[in-house]
Ligand binder design. Structure first.
Ligand code: HDE
Length: 680
């Protein structure tokens, strides 16, 4: 991390600075501060004798090591995080009294952790899964956590079913397979027998579940929350994060190959972008519904399996979050951060969504075993930047030294302090919603339509996206062993789309569905990724260069870089190469260390003196990129090779003699991201 980014007036960063330590250049000591003279050999009775118990340094070092691990998160174990800040474009004080949403002159420090859901802590990152998108805002009124996902709906409607969902999704207990995958019997058995999952399953089988980058995915608060203004007036709200670079995905074959070639693909991408100064940016959007309009929709706004179509309830863009600093220590920050949807500030409140209500219990509870006790709020990453005082005391690993004799409320010995704060002065008061009813355990009638929005999602997809859905269902159910479960899923998704269910029924040799297709014809264009922002910025191009390099290539790479594109050279060996105009190029990868799947585009230059093996390797990169619909460029020798291989002439394959034309056409092709109109 560059020191320039540190201590830039960011109050969380300043607070963390007190806890940072740098061991470089220091003397090695025990944890008691004793200088250590020997760290390579334990204390033994004689050169070849047994180790002695009195070797306190050995014991301390080994004991600490033995206890280095903590339980991984029960879900969202595999994650990566970064620091940043949030700026507000316009005051929302008409809707909420939350200071960080009212005051446009403030920059609020944030910490964001992205994650997969199903896999364990060491699993690959490009698996098919929802992604967690959890943001901690360190506001002056306390921490506010927006603990969301990159999919706007959820599998279940009531929190009581979460343990069942997760048991079904996680590796099967008798043989602990498969890791980080939903393609197995128990998951699909759960789906077929809990049909409220239909809508989220559509998202999970779509390209949304294989994002290209954490920087290129949307975030959603999922539940309906409440904004409450200073007059006590409330509105329902849904939160969105919109990535400035647009929402982009991998293709499934590529995602699986990346899992082997670079299981850290997403964290590497985030880490390197921040190190390069290409700071990931997301705009905050709000969908707002007046309380009096609660019942004006053909779905229940409390149902977390439903989204609010953006065409019906527009997303109001209100601010921007920029991630500009990597962590110093992944364990201390990313692993120990504790999010909780119940961490709110005045002006933000809950709705009666039964999934949200259950989450409000689970998130503190889980930290007690994960972080070992009730004092996890004292860990540096979790501390608010504003002061905090109460009568909570003691417990495992208490850091705070509370002075004084009083630790109870009410008291006279400390003049009844710490004292409560009236609402008008910033005390949190729960929204006084009128609630009455019988105690019942049932599903509301208004939560019983499981398929209309699943069909809305299907209807909104472009042709390539529909094909990807068919392929994903065919893949996942192709891995399911139970014929009965396969058939149940076919019959279930016939309610969503006959075309979809018929396609995967054929692929898995199940009985094709019969009956009427869904009557839902509505579409929401905002759901298709074909309608997202297209930009070549920060795209990574693998440039295949040979032993001799024309000076023009160095100029082309320079011009691509001025369009925000990152070019990295690949060849048969590492090292520096000098182009014929004297420019120096660094070969960062070889055919062994790189793979086309790690790049957004491939540019083949080649070299006249290169042998047949070199050309074969170069074309292997180009051909694989072609099957993943990626932009391909060719100049110099590469131009002829792409022609010979019959790749030239296809959509998204740019060959060029002239530098200017090539750079602009190739940059445009890169901005498109994937060329679906290619005939494979
Ligand atoms: Fe979570 N979830 N969840 N979840 N969730 C956890 O909390 C839970 C749900 C989400 O980067 C756990 O600290 C229940 C929806 C994210 O640290 C746990 C239910 C959404 C993260 C938990 C849900 C999420 C978690 C595990 C159903 C999107 C990772 C570790 C009622 C809005 C946060 C932890 C991080 C983590 C419980 C459903 C998002 C066990 C009971 C819906 C992003 O408390």
């Amino acid at each position: 991390m560059s020191d320039l980014n540190k201590l830039n007036g960011n109050s969380k960063d300043e607070q963390l600075e007190q806890y940072r330590t740098d061991d470089k250049g220091k003397k090695l000591t025990t944890n008691q501060g004793l200088k250590v003279a020997e760290d390579e050999f334990s204390l033994k009775a004689g050169e070849r004798g047994p180790t002695l118990m009195e070797d306190f340094h050995f014991r301390e070092k080994m004991t600490h090591f033995d206890h280095e691990r903590i339980p991984e998160r029960i879900v969202h174990a595999r994650g990566f995080a970064a620091h940043g800040e949030f700026e507000l474009y316009e005051s929302l004080s008409d809707y909420t009294k939350a200071d960080f949403l009212g005051n446009t002159s403030k920059k609020t420090p944030v910490f964001v952790r992205f994650s997969t859901v199903a896999g364990s802590r060491g699993s690959a990152e490009t698996v098919r899964d929802a992604r967690g998108f959890a943001t901690k805002f360190y506001t002056d009124e306390g921490n506010y956590d927006l603990v969301g996902n990159n999919i706007p709906v959820f599998f279940i409607q009531d929190a009581i079913k979460f343990p069942d969902l997760v048991h079904a999704l996680k590796p099967e207990p008798h043989n602990e397979m498969p890791q980080a995958a939903s393609a197995h019997d128990t998951f699909w058995d759960f789906v077929a027998n809990n049909q409220e999952s239909a809508h989220m399953v559509m998202w999970a089988m779509s390209d949304r579940a294989i994002p290209r980058s954490f920087r290129m995915m949307e975030g959603f608060g999922v539940h309906t929350f409440r904004l409450v203004n200073a007059e006590g007036k409330a509105h329902f709200v849904k939160f969105h994060w919109k990535p400035v670079l647009g929402t982009h995905s991998l293709v499934w074959d590529e995602a699986q190959k990346i899992s082997g070639k670079d299981p850290d693909f997403h964290r590497r991408d985030l880490w390197e972008s921040i190190e390069n100064g290409d700071y990931p940016e997301y705009e905050l959007g709000l969908q707002i519904i007046a309380e009096e309009d609660e019942f004006n929709f053909d779905f229940d706004i409390l149902d977390p399996t439903k989204l609010w179509p953006e065409e019906d309830v527009p997303v109001k863009i209100v601010g921007k979050m920029t991630l500009n600093r990597n962590v110093d220590n992944v364990f201390a920050e990313t692993e120990q951060v504790a999010f909780h949807p119940g961490h709110v500030v005045p002006g933000i409140d809950f709705s009666n969504d039964p999934l949200l209500q259950g989450r409000l219990f689970s998130y503190t509870d889980t930290q007690l075993s994960r972080l070992g006790g009730p004092n996890f709020h004292e860990l540096p990453i979790n501390r608010p930047v504003c002061p905090f005082h109460n009568n909570q005391r003691d417990g495992i690993s208490r850091h705070t030294i509370n002075k004084g004799q009083v630790s109870y409320h009410k008291n006279s010995l400390a003049a009844n302090t710490p004292s409560t704060t009236p609402e008008a002065e910033g005390g949190y008061v729960h929204y006084q919603e009128k609630v009455e009813g019988r105690k019942i355990q049932s599903r509301s009638e208004s939560f019983k339509d499981h398929f209309s929005q699943a069909t809305l999602f299907w209807n909104s997809m472009s042709d390539p996206e529909k094909q990807h859905l068919k392929n994903a269902f065919s893949f996942e159910l192709g891995k399911v062993k139970s014929k009965s479960v396969q058939q149940q899923v076919v019959d279930m998704f016939a309610h969503v789309s006959l075309e979809l269910a018929t396609a995967f029924a054929e692929a898995i040799d199940a009985v094709p569905p019969k009956g009427e297709d869904s009557a839902v014809t509505k579409k929401s264009p905002a759901l298709s990724q074909l309608n997202t922002t297209q930009s070549p910025k920060t795209r990574k191009v693998g440039v295949i260069v040979g032993s001799t390099i024309s000076g023009e290539v160095a100029e082309i790479l320079q011009a691509l870089s001025s369009n925000g594109i990152q070019a990295e050279c690949i060849s048969d060996k590492l090292g520096k190469r000098t182009a014929d105009n004297g420019a120096e190029l660094e070969i960062m990868h070889t055919f062994l260390t790189a793979s086309s799947v790690l790049f957004d585009a491939i540019y083949v230059v080649g070299g006249s003196g290169d042998n047949a093996m070199f050309k074969k390797e170069a074309l292997h990169f180009a051909n694989e990129a072609f099957t993943h619909y990626k932009p391909i460029g060719g100049t110099h020798e590469g131009l002829h090779w792409l022609k010979e291989a019959e790749l030239a002439g296809n959509p998204g394959v740019v060959i060029g003699e002239g530098k200017e034309d090539f750079v602009s056409s190739f940059s445009d092709a890169i901005a498109v991201h994937r060329h679906w109109d290619r005939q494979l």
